[in-house]
Write a protein that binds this ligand. Sequence first.
Ligand code: AMP
Length: 408
Amino acid sequence: MRASTLEGIKSIRDFELEDKRLFLRLDLNVPLDDDGRISDDTRIQAALPTLNYAIEKGAKIILASHFGRPKGHDPKYSLEPVAEALHTLLGKEIILIEEPRGHATRALLSGLKPSQIILLENLRFDSGEEKNDREFAQALASFSDIYINDAFGASHRAHASIVALPELMQKRGIGFLMQKEIEMLDTVRMNPQHPFMTILGGAKVSDKIDVIEAMMDKVDVLVIGGAMAYTFLAAQKLQIGSSLVERDKIGFAAELLQRAQLRKKRILLPIDHRITRAVHDIESLKVTETAAIPDGWMGVDIGPRTVELYAAEIARAKTIFWNGPMGVFETPSFATGTFAVAKAITESEALSVVGGGDSAAAAHASGLAEKFSHISTGGGASLEYLRGDRLPGVEALRRPKQSEQVEP
Ligand code: AMP
């Protein structure tokens, strides 16, 4: 494998899969709408290349994922809708197993034929999962020959299926999604082509301070939008009306602006805004003439002159990392700035990587998802990785195998 982070880590391609029991850890944690239907199947789609490969190679497939944040066993968090979606997408029967620790799993697996698929019920129904419990991992290892992690979005968590389990397995590696995520983020983190631009938006500065710090050394231009921007404008002593602001981060913002100036890095902030009287008051929407926001008004999106400024800068970039919407994009009237930035990025020639979470949702909502170089499936994981943390799920695959491996 090319990227150094993945040195010494095997790929699913390195294993003979035929007739082998393949434990495939995926991130199938997809959002549901109010009727319990999957509202965005990106993560399921992203898992298909590895899954199809395993089917093609004749593995006996054990799929596993967490789903939401259940407190114990709660049918509301069943993987049933995911099983149905997989059945539709693959045209294959998906056997959902209620109790992974139980004997039923072993019994079922012994009768499983190559290319058949079972799906373990939500791993978090077992308290051992989030505790990185060795016993739970041993139960999972006892019916698996090969372990593959393709769950990038869960790999920043030291949970049993991510860390304790691979530590017990002799044969272990990563799938195609994991490889792409790491290679793309490594390019941004370690080897960006310049000009390198990072675009940050979203609700809070505090969520992204570590990423800002980590990126400051590498970026040529830092572009800021969304509610985050108002804390920076407040640091410049500009009027921000009743916009969302983190008063306790104004000092950080001021210091960062100063540091950037000293180091000849450019930070771009909005020069105009779309503002309303209140976040739900769409009728009152108007554009400011300057970067200042009058009292009684709040910023909900970047303005048209800011879009122009940002788009011109985006057109010059060679590498772009984008995390966080430019406004309250969930409300269509306030999505203009976010979508315009998405359009500018996809029209540029830059390698473009979108961090997961809300940014991925915004990229999809813009209708331009196909045109980005990569949209990460992991929100927390991509930010933690970019700020320089090692991912427990990757490191567990590198460490020597723990001695007490359970004989399958
Ligand atoms: P994050 O998860 O930090 O990327 O934040 C995403 C959230 O920030 C979205 O739900 C947006 O609605 C919200 N957001 C972006 N801009 C604004 C704004 N100007 N005012 C309030 N919320 C915003």
